[in-house]
Design a binder for this molecule. Structure first.
Ligand SMILES: Nc1ncnc2c1ncn2[C@@H]1O[C@H](COP(=O)(O)OP(=O)(O)OP(=O)(O)O)[C@@H](O)[C@H]1O
Ligand SMILES: [Mg+2]
Length: 308
């Protein structure tokens, strides 16, 4: 823990991460990304009255980078601030559903039915979760058929958007957990979204494929959804003890600058444990650094979405 850099432009710092330290004056303390930690405001409760959900896709075609973990825990942290949150499992693996204690194999109906048939209503499919204010649209392997079946649909890229637009007034945030692919399902997610967050694992090949991803996002902006905005890169599975992890974080910062969230998610076994427990870290280990990190991320997201 004593690899310390003293110059701000080194990009790497003493590895006390934001989740371990008290909030401090911005000038006096550098966060794990090497920038002064912002003074993030305490989230205020959402405005009363009609809602219009901000829809965010968690996207990276690389597998195992923390998309699902971040969807669950960012969602739970937003729900803690009094927001109504819908999590959308948009991966045929159904990991988001599993992570919230739902066995995808036992589902008779899932988001697949909403996507491909008008016979089902949202209320028949949506599940409430143990986290107050947070609902789940579950998925299972059926969704893999949708990728094929949607190809012959009219406006096939807008299928998820049509589903979500109808219930947008019920939620403050809708988070979509994408599959590790850039196929039609992910294009549907990006088309339905206002914002996109890219989780990146702090390991050697992290940046490989990101150009392809940003290219896909640009194409969706040009052709399908001009309002889509990339609001941040989230560094995950950061291990401050390894030079390797710190170097990768530095490269991510060089590549993306201020797009990178100040919040950095550390590697900890608590996250796999939460999957087994089927609940977010904010309830499984509410005072853990991991829970605090996702709470800080929620604050950053609220600020970046002007929804704080
Ligand atoms: N910060 C972390 N520290 C340690 N393990 C983590 C962390 N975040 C996620 N994991 C674990 O890493 C694995 C992959 O995480 P996750 O499922 O969130 O990634 P993903 O990007 O959704 O994967 P896929 O591409 O397969 O959908 C899981 O077992 C998860 O519990
Ligand atoms: Mg996943």
């Amino acid at each position: 823990m004593n690899n310390r850099s003293t110059r701000a432009d080194d990009g790497l710092f003493e590895v006390e991460t934001s989740e371990d330290v008290e909030p401090v004056e911005p000038e006096s303390e550098l966060g794990p990304t090497g920038r002064p930690l912002p003074d993030l405001p305490e989230p205020t409760p959402p405005e009363p009255g009609p809602k219009h959900a901000i829809i965010i896709s968690m996207t990276n075609q690389k597998g195992g980078v923390g998309k699902t973990t971040s969807t669950i825990n960012l969602g739970a942290a937003l729900a803690e601030t009094g927001r109504r949150v819908l999590l959308v499992d948009f991966d045929p693996q159904g990991s988001l559903s599993v992570g919230l204690g739902v066995n995808p194999h036992n589902l008779d109906q899932s988001i697949y039915n909403l996507l491909l048939s008008r016979e089902y209503s949202f209320d028949e499919i949506v599940l409430s979760t143990a986290t107050e204010g947070m609902d789940l649209l579950p998925a299972n392997i059926d969704l893999s058929a949708a990728e094929v079946q949607l190809v012959s649909e009219v406006a096939r890229e807008q299928s998820l958007k049509r589903v979500l637009d109808r219930i947008r007034d019920r939620y403050d945030f809708i988070l979509i957990d994408c599959a590790p692919s850039l196929g039609l399902l992910t294009v549907n997610a990006l088309t339905a979204s206002d914002k996109v967050i890219i989780p990146l694992e702090c390991e050697f090949f992290a940046l490989r494929g990101v150009a392809l991803l940003t290219d896909t996002i640009s194409k969706v902006i040009d052709r399908l959804n001009p309002d889509l905005e990339m609001i941040g890169i989230l560094a995950t599975m950061y291990d401050s003890r390894t030079l390797h992890s710190r170097e990768v974080l530095q490269r991510v910062l060089e590549a993306f600058g201020d797009s990178v969230f100040h919040t950095v998610i550390r590697r900890t076994v608590k996250f796999p444990e939460t999957t087994v427990a089927g609940e977010p870290i904010t309830s499984y280990a509410p005072t853990s650094p991991g829970a605090e990190a996702y709470r800080m991320l929620a604050r950053e997201v609220l600020v970046r979405c002007h929804a704080g």
